[in-house]
Design a protein around this ligand. Structure first.
Ligand code: ADP
Ligand code: GLC
Length: 483
């Protein structure tokens, strides 16, 4: 059955990306489009998006549309294009007053208005296009008010009669919490629909409203779907989630193997596959040379590609990593940016071990692919991880992940078992330095047994997390919602 799907996200790869949400929003709709669904992706037209190759066309009925957000006035126009390398329609909400900023997200006082513009613009556009979505798929807090808007401000419009809403949680640590005064900017009479507890605290929590009002809630791994029902993992939303009972499902993210495959990776000079791993060694050799790390290619290399936030567990590395670098034969390459204390930690590490550590502070697509390919061990000791994509990319690249047993990491990496020679990585449980230390030493010890190591690499490379299987789970959820 072909469905009409309105898919809304604040970032969509390759047009705008700060993390894995963009990867998912760029890949899942492509899958759905290829399966014959009429899916339209809606996102902001940020000023950082280069329009050249995209060649977006103004949508005739949706130009200079006025939006009244409380006392604020905006005007937006819709541009239509297709996601690069596909025929999947992407609808760009052009509103310079909201999206012409230095970064995708800001701490500016009008942050709620920016994403209200997105959400209202999507619904106004559907109306003007006479596009009656059967599924409205919302992602993270930036889209959290859409289910509630459909129940209030847009409830009169028969166009949305069939619409079933899905609220996907990619990261519960970000909720979009604003002062209750901003409720007037949303438009319409919605106070009676809002969480009374939040209102009594003088707040509105966009993600919570999404979780309360969507027909179905999904998150990006089965383990995370369990974790967020408990007070420890939920960042305060467990009661809301438990109240939804079986309406909360966990679907592991897929990997876009068109983008992440060492046999076809456009950033690699020396490509490789499980049948012939020589390209991995050659990649590592030239990467070490390029980084000016004077080391033999046999030196085990740790790799990190990450946003640098507390979520990613880098606090566990503060003591353990310098110890390991001082005491054992190994090296590290990392790319990332974010909180100062982590950036400074990696800067210091590089200064202390100039021959063994290379850190690039920033966001760099090419480096992220090179690190995935050249490293032997990928470090992802997250405090929490809804799904995580880099550990799955690592498996495909024969780069053995060290992960903490949480969220999607627990669902995608299995501990190596020497007795059965099964398993794909090193998995540790406790969020503390001794467990981290154990994992680092264990990986380095295993690396010495190259026979076992190669088996572990091949086990990982044989795993398949493609969207062909994961996308089907979303189709089942949609069908179930509409039945
Ligand atoms: P999260 O969404 O929490 O950041 P994921 O593992 O799901 O974590 O996805 C992160 C995505 O962002 C991956 O595609 C990763 O390669 C990319 N990424 C993260 N940091 C950087 C960086 N500094 N440079 C390039 N790509 C990065
Ligand atoms: C979030 C999570 C990450 C997940 C990604 C895509 O940013 O932190 O674990 O893989 O979204 O769903």
């Amino acid at each position: 059955m072909s469905l009409r799907i309105c898919f809304i996200a604040s970032e969509v790869a390759p047009l705008a990306k700060t993390g894995g949400l963009a990867d998912v929003a760029g890949a899942l709709p492509r899958y759905l489009h290829d399966r014959g669904h009429d899916v339209r992706v809606f996102m902001p037209l940020y000023s950082s998006i280069s329009l050249g190759a995209l060649d977006p066309q103004p949508v005739p009925n949706v130009q200079n549309v006025e939006l009244k957000l409380g006392p604020h006035r905006y005007s937006f126009s819709l541009l239509a294009a297709t996601l690069p390398g596909s025929q999947t329609p992407v609808m760009l909400v052009h509103c310079p007053a909201a999206f012409d900023r230095a970064t995708l997200y800001t701490n500016a006082p009008d942050e709620h208005l920016r994403f209200l513009v997105l959400q209202r613009a999507v619904l106004e556009s559907c109306q003007r296009l006479a596009f009656a979505p059967q599924i409205v798929h919302c992602n993270d807090w930036h889209t959290g008010l859409v289910p509630l808007l459909l129940k209030s401000l847009y409830a009169w419009d028969r166009l949305f009669d069939e619409a079933r809403t899905v609220m996907s949680i990619h990261n519960i640590g970000y909720q979009g919490v604003f002062g209750a005064g901003t409720v007037y900017d949303t438009g319409g009479e919605i106070r009676h629909l809002l969480s009374p507890e939040d209102l009594s605290r003088g707040q509105i929590n966009w993600l919570r409203e999404g979780l309360r009002h969507a027909h179905r809630v999904s998150t990006v791994s089965p383990t995370y779907a369990q974790e967020i029902r408990s007070p420890i993992g939920s960042h305060g939303l467990d009661t809301t989630l438990r109240a939804r009972g079986d309406d909360v499902v966990g679907i592991l993210n897929g990997v876009d193997y068109g983008e992440w495959n060492p046999a076809t990776d456009r950033y690699l000079k020396h490509r490789y596959s499980p049948q012939d791993l020589s390209g991995k060694v050659a990649t590592k050799r030239s990467f070490l040379d390029w980084l000016n790390l004077p080391l033999p290619v046999t030196t085990p290399m740790f790799g990190i590609v990450s946003r640098m936030t507390a979520q990613k567990g880098f606090d566990l590395l503060f003591d353990t990593l310098p110890e390991i670098l001082a005491g054992r034969d190994c090296c590290l390459t990392a790319v990332g940016n974010g909180e100062r204390r982590y950036e400074e930690f990696f800067d210091d590490l590089q200064q202390r071990f100039p021959d063994r550590v290379a850190f690039h502070r920033g966001y760099n697509e090419e480096l992220s692919h090179l690190i995935e390919a050249a490293s032997d061990i990928f470090l992802m000791p997250s405090m929490y991880e809804p799904c995580g994509l880099n550990q799955m990319y690592s498996l495909k690249y024969g780069t053995v992940p060290i992960v903490r047993k949480t969220g999607g990491l627990a669902d995608s990496v299995q501990m190596w078992d020497p007795a059965t020679r099964t398993g794909t990585g090193v998995v540790f449980n406790d969020f503390d330095p001794p467990a981290m230390r154990w994992a680092l030493h264990t990986a380095l010890d295993l690396f010495k047994d190259q026979d076992a190591w190669q088996q572990m690499m091949r086990n990982g490379m044989a795993k398949n997390f493609s969207w062909d299987t994961q996308g089907m789970e979303y189709e089942k959820m949609y069908a179930n919602l509409l039945s």
